[in-house]
Design a protein around this ligand. Structure first.
Ligand SMILES: O=C(O)CCC(=O)C(=O)O
Length: 272
């Protein structure tokens, strides 16, 4: 993307803290990634799962956690599925992501969610345990129509300019692991800070193929879904500037090597 369109989106991003590329990705490529996930789950492939309050665990521990496959975010499925990697590195949004970061992006983590997360109001930088957590960007890619009834994202435009929230007095990064009570306190505190600043929630209605870029300081969350089990598939990418993420923070046991897919850098376990 070049010229006035990119400049307008960058302006939106800087003014409001988010920008939307409508219908940037084609359905068949998105569907290929999601079919890969369904097939991997049907084969019982071991995947990395996450749910707030439970943390990160292997998919073969789902039943032990009292959860089903649709209840969790799947982490880093781009390492299992070339179609998902193709979406995660797609040129339709990579030039804008690079422009917003000021350098080439590296993928810290991807997440695939089949249903709305219902996450409370938060800003993503607090979950980036790197030296420069503000040198990051979240990319949210819808694979279904997402609206108020099935767990739409909401954002608080302008909240990326509010003073940074501090945990326990002075800490920039989230220090409380999977403690849901402390999470709720954070969500309530951030909502209150936005309300005091006169900022209102804006719901993002999305179509399949829409790409939303979120500033790391932007307060946002997801409405609870009102329609039981109606899918609202999304792929979420957590990107950092290459100079801000210089080693793989997942600490894969066998080590990892840095790879490239187009402009995107990502880490792959050694030997995979
Ligand atoms: O897709 C969602 O439900 C939530 C995404 C989100 O808020 C995040 O990944 O930070």
């Amino acid at each position: 993307m070049i010229g006035p369109e990119a400049a307008a989106l960058q302006h939106d991003f800087e003014a409001k803290g988010f920008a939307i590329l409508r219908r940037a990705l084609a359905g068949p490529l998105l569907e290929a990634g999601w079919s890969d996930l369904q097939a991997a789950q049907a084969r019982g492939e071991i995947l990395s799962c996450h749910r707030e309050g439970h943390g990160v665990f292997r998919s073969d521990a789902l039943a032990r956690q009292g959860l089903q496959a649709g209840d969790v975010a799947i982490h880093d499925f781009h390492l299992h599925s070339p179609a998902t990697l193709a979406v995660a590195s797609h040129p339709a949004f990579m030039a804008l992501a690079t422009r917003l970061l000021g350098e080439d992006p590296v993928l810290m983590q991807s997440q695939m969610l089949r249903f709305g997360s219902g996450k409370g109001t938060h800003a993503d930088h607090v979950y980036c345990p790197i030296a420069r957590p503000l040198q990051t960007l979240t990319v949210w890619i819808a694979a279904d129509a997402v609206g108020a009834d099935n767990g739409a994202l909401y954002v608080l435009p302008g909240s990326h300019r509010l003073p940074l929230h501090r945990f326990d007095g002075d800490r920039l990064l989230w220090p409380h692991g999977e403690d849901l009570d402390r999470m709720r306190e954070y969500h309530v505190a951030l909502d209150a800070q936005c309300e005091a600043a006169g900022l209102l929630r804006h719901t993002i209605e999305a179509s399949a193929g829409d790409v939303v870029l979120l500033h790391p300081r932007l307060a946002h969350g997801a409405w609870p879904s009102l329609t039981a089990r109606r899918t609202r598939r999304s792929l979420v990418l957590h990107l950092a500037g290459t100079s801000a993420y210089t080693a793989d923070h997942r600490g894969l046991p066998g080590g990892s090597s840095l790879r490239r897919a187009g402009r995107l850098r990502y880490y792959r376990p050694l030997g995979a």
